[in-house]
Design a protein around this ligand. Structure first.
Ligand code: GLC
Length: 745
């Protein structure tokens, strides 16, 4: 009997031990990387205390949120910016932490990416910058920005993708996908209507629903519904009287309910102004609310955030429930399991050769040849002396401009790039030409350049002109920079004109040189009163680490330029409808977007104003012929789905020159007989093709009802009307090459 009891006891203890051991081996679901994310979310949520839930929906430092240490749920770390990974900052400061291993590759600014009109470039861009974020152990990349270019004075246009919602939509999707392949969340910004800087914290924007839907929201919608963005950043400004960071219509009704966004809405830094509104209007994570860190106030100043103790008190007093809190926590947990606790995420890479190559290829593809009289470019192969003039040939552009400022591994200047390319074969001389901004520091990152030059403008011009007389080719490199009231966050430009007396330099150089090329480093359009006096004009954007190499490759003809403008260059500021009829800008308080849907080329064409250079314009060193436009039918019927193909357009493109080149074939739709006023044409398709000399390719565009639709404010829905439509195959918005009509029944 005793043996029996002993046996039973051993069996019993063994069973318990096994069970305990088994239980100990059974990881909780939220820690099981193979468990479905939603199960992980619910399991983690069920284990969290109220205070733990409150903690993860707001920052614990300048760029991080705490996670749940007790449960082993990771922190979330964010980083700027859209063009490269920001240097590490102090715990609660904007100043850099002075690490020695956080220099990055600076990719071209997003206006350049948009100017490539190449979806593959956007994917390559997202993958490369996502790898750098992952390598730096960042979970959320605070970018890309896709605010629409409504006015050429907005200080942050250089961070965005131009004036057309279709182009921005098509380019943002691959960028988001490329970033998120690295287990890093894109945080598409600034949602929405952040189209000016000076008064961005106070301006209250209102506009027609049609303009909101047709112009300002499409790129955000595409990033969410096609790109699958895991996070989105609310903007500082108000929309219809309520701050965008907690705006029920934008965040709950449109973003989450209509578009089905399941990610996290992150405030812009300091964009939260109300606990009540943050609770009920769709904000999920609060960052950057004013706090001077741990020095003042409560034990932890972050407890004073709107979505911290004030929120906790409302719950503990019973004034609000926990339903909204649980939704926020679910979204933060989902973000965490997609990024920080995503066990499949790659390792990332930093400053690799592949990243430099990607940066240079995007830069080369984004450079736009605006004018090239007498084939002044590429620089003649027998040129023996080249003169480079201008501050932007030497000034570092990766430091400054606001939160997109970087600490780079290297930045090849235009002058260095040109000298490196030509080596000892050609004499490359330099003259300053003008003095702009000699500073070069941001958040503790310094360029180390000494650009001080005390000579008078007159002497600077005289030196350049004298040297130009003896040069075979003169390259003026100017434009804007990242200083206040240029291309810079938090400020807007004050005019369309070039700063620092550059017009005078260009005009005097034009007097003495018949081979003058003007190169603009900028993120915005500028006025060009001397345009008839110069042979060539090239728009080169802020190109980042590989700037000089890309510029030299295009000017020398090593690379055939293929960029197209993502926004219109007007002759004067009033040409832009946002500045018509004496409209005030910038707006400290309320602004109604009186221009409505007529932004960019839509507005120029409505008012029949000839642009200086049109949206979609860009020349090549070869020529292309467009032929044989065919429509698959002369009549079509709009089916039940707005995204189903109802008609195909095919067109043949031939390279008629003697060198290979890339062309962006653009398809615009014109609604001939609509019941509402519509733009004369709207971009609804584009394809970039590379052709060898003499080579032809046929491109097929699939047309859907979505391409024909307008937003009907009466029915608050997208409407497709029967009637006649024109398919315009173009080399730019102002250069229609082929045109055919069809009827929609
Ligand atoms: C800034 C910018 C935003 C940036 C954030 C963090 O104010 O508006 O684009 O990502 O703060 O630096």
């Amino acid at each position: 009997m005793k043996r029996l009891f002993t046996t039973l006891a051993v069996l019993f203890v063994g069973t318990i031990t096994m069970a305990t051991a088994q239980q100990a081996n059974e990881r909780p679901i939220y820690l099981d990387p193979d468990a479905p994310i939603e199960e992980r979310v619910e399991d983690a949520l069920s284990r969290m205390t109220l205070r733990e839930k409150m903690a993860i929906i707001h920052a614990q430092s300048k760029f991080s949120a705490p996670g749940v240490p007790r449960l082993g749920i990771s922190e979330i770390w964010c980083t700027d910016g859209p063009h490269g990974i920001r240097p590490e900052v102090m715990w609660d400061e904007w100043d850099q932490a002075r690490w020695t291993n956080d220099s990055c590759i600076a990719y071209p600014a997003l206006t350049c990416l948009a100017a490539t009109w190449n979806r593959d470039c956007a994917l390559s861009y997202g993958r490369s910058i996502g790898e750098e974020a992952r390598f730096r152990d960042k979970d959320v990349l605070l970018g890309p920005g896709v605010n629409i270019y409504r006015t050429p004075l907005c200080g942050r246009n250089f961070e965005y993708m131009g004036e057309d919602p279709y182009l921005a939509s098509e380019m943002v999707v691959p960028y988001v996908k490329g970033v998120q392949e690295q287990g890093v969340a894109a945080c598409v910004k600034h949602y929405a209507l952040n189209n000016e800087e000076q008064h961005r914290h106070t301006v209250d924007v209102s506009l027609s629903d049609r303009a909101l839907r047709e112009i300002y929201l499409p790129a955000f919608k595409a990033a969410v519904t096609e790109g699958g963005a895991w996070s989105l950043m609310g903007s500082y400004n108000k929309y219809r009287g309520t701050y965008a960071c907690h705006n029920h219509r934008l965040l709950v009704e449109i973003l989450k309910q209509e578009w089905g966004f399941d990610g996290a809405v992150i405030s812009d830094w300091g964009g939260v102004h109300s606990t009540e509104e943050a609770i009920h209007n769709g904000l999920d994570m609060e960052f950057g609310t004013w706090t001077d860190g741990l020095r003042e106030g409560a034990s932890n100043a972050y407890d004073n955030y709107y979505m911290a103790l004030p929120y906790l008190k409302l719950i503990e007093s019973g004034e609000v429930g926990t339903e909204e809190l649980d939704d926020k926590v679910r979204r933060v947990l989902r973000l965490t399991f997609r990024t920080a606790m995503n066990n499949d995420k790659p390792y990332g890479a930093m400053c690799s050769e592949a990243h430099s190559l990607a940066a240079r290829q995007i830069a080369e593809e984004g450079i736009v040849l605006l004018k090239n009289h007498n084939n002044n470019l590429p620089i003649a192969p027998d040129a023996k002396r080249i003169l480079v003039v201008g501050e932007n040939a030497i000034k570092m552009m990766t430091v400054g401009g606001g939160s997109s400022s970087l600490k780079v591994k290297y930045e090849c200047s235009p002058l260095d790039g040109i000298r490196n390319y030509y080596g000892d074969d050609v004499e490359v001389l330099y003259a300053r030409g003008y003095v702009g901004d000699v500073t070069g520091d941001y958040n503790g990152v310094v360029t180390g350049q000494n650009l001080v030059d005390k000579r008078s403008p007159k002497r600077l011009i005289a030196e350049a002109v004298e040297m130009a007389r003896e040069a075979d080719h003169v390259i003026f490199i100017g434009g804007l920079n990242k200083s206040n009231n240029q291309d810079c966050e938090g400020t807007d430009r004050r005019s369309l004109d070039l700063p620092y007396n550059q017009d005078a330099v260009i005009e005097e150089l034009a007097e003495v040189s018949d081979n003058l090329t003007v190169v603009f480093v900028s993120g915005n359009a500028v006025a060009m009163p001397w345009i008839d006096e110069v042979e060539s004009v090239v728009q080169v954007w802020y190109l980042g680490s590989e700037a000089g190499n890309a510029i030299a490759n295009v000017l020398s003809g090593e690379v055939n330029p293929s960029g197209k403008l993502p926004f219109t260059f007007g002759v004067k500021l009033e040409d832009y409808m946002a500045h018509a009829e004496g409209a005030k800008f910038p707006n400290p308080k309320k602004v109604f977007y009186h221009d409505g849907i007529f932004v960019g080329y839509r507005g120029f064409e409505k008012r029949e104003i000839e642009p200086l250079f049109a949206f979609g314009h860009g020349l090549s060193y070869t020529t292309f012929e467009y032929s044989n436009l065919q429509l698959s039918a002369t009549e079509a019927v709009a089916g039940n789905r707005i995204d189903e193909t109802i008609l195909e357009a095919t067109v043949t493109i031939t390279n008629r020159g003697d060198r290979a080149g890339k062309e962006v074939v653009q398809l615009y739709i014109s609604d001939v007989e609509s019941s509402v006023i519509r733009p004369k044409k709207e971009l609804k398709g584009f394809e970039k093709v590379e052709l060898q000399p003499g080579e032809s390719k046929t491109i097929t565009f699939s047309l859907t009802p979505e391409a024909l639709a307008f937003y009907n404010e009466n029915s608050s829905s997208w409407t497709v009307e029967s009637g006649e439509y024109r398919v315009l195959i173009s080399a730019s918005s102002a250069d229609i090459r082929l045109d055919k009509s069809f009827t929609l029944r």
